[in-house]
Design a protein around this ligand. Structure first.
Ligand SMILES: O=P(O)(O)OC[C@H]1O[C@H](OP(=O)(O)OP(=O)(O)O)[C@H](O)[C@@H]1O
Ligand SMILES: Oc1ncnc2c1N=NC2
Ligand SMILES: [Mg+2]
Ligand SMILES: [Mg+2]
Length: 219
């Protein structure tokens, strides 16, 4: 389904419109996507994924959370699909949950060395329908590596949903998800579990950092 496009010309909302934690107020430039808009988009994604993937009953859909950045989106998307199951009486979509840790970023750059730390026994993927739930696709290197690794376990189908996809001015994107919530400008965004060196995950709104914040938390 087509993402909501956030144009390059959109600078974001002034910080004083929002409740922001004191410890980050001086490090942020603007709120690019408020929490409520993220939730609204996740509702739309849940409805679309439900109607596309419910047909596999009684087989379960395995929902895989890509930690750490994907944990908020994963939790909200799964609960909104559960709402569809609760409210619809013509169809439903049984789900099971898997978690995997993938890491590649230091500061605001991909190291291109993708660490995949399987947390659960991935042989459970054999002959199952898999939905990979990710927070953002930027260079696409993470998702290309992760999908290649997961294909070794012979899932019946793999779909990928990413809350954000970054509009990359420099290079072409090497991975396109089946579903995307927002297409965002080529800025490093934080909040809603997206981090910068493990900071800003504890921030509700999707924000752009100020230079002072980038320097302050640089390693
Ligand atoms: O498309 P790419 O350029 O590969 O970037 C996207 C990936 O990078 C980030 O993870 P990170 O390595 O920061 O680990 P984290 O999820 O624990 O924050 C993000 O959560 C995605 O998983
Ligand atoms: O904008 C971003 N914000 C947080 N984490 C990542 C980003 N792009 N790739 C990984
Ligand atoms: Mg990640
Ligand atoms: Mg990160």
């Amino acid at each position: 389904s087509s993402p909501l496009v956030i144009e390059d010309s959109f600078e974001g909302y002034p910080l004083n419109y929002f409740n922001l934690p004191l410890h980050y107020r001086d490090d942020l430039k603007s709120v690019l996507i408020p929490y409520g808009l993220v939730q609204d988009r996740i509702e739309a994604l849940a409805s679309r994924i439900f109607s596309d993937l419910h047909i596999h009953i009684p087989e379960q859909l395995i929902c895989m959370c890509v930690l750490k950045g994907g944990y908020r989106f994963f939790s909200d998307l799964v609960s909104k699909i559960q709402n569809e199951n609760r409210l619809r009486n013509d169809r439903s979509l049984p789900m099971s949950l898997e978690f995997i840790r993938v890491r590649s970023y230091v500061n605001d750059r991909s190291t291109e060395a993708i660490d995949i730390i399987g947390i659960s026994d991935l042989s459970s993927l054999n002959n199952k329908h898999l939905l990979i739930i990710e927070d953002i696709i930027d260079t696409g290197v993470t998702m290309v590596a992760l999908k290649k690794e997961l294909e070794k376990y012979n899932p019946k189908t793999i779909h990928v949903v990413s809350l954000f996809t970054k509009r990359r001015t420099d290079k072409k994107c090497i991975f396109k998800p089946d579903y995307s919530g927002f297409e965002v400008p080529d800025h490093f965004i934080v909040g809603y579990a997206l981090d910068y060196n493990e900071y800003f995950r504890d921030l509700e709104h999707i924000c752009v950092m100020k230079e002072s914040g980038i320097t302050k938390y640089k390693v």
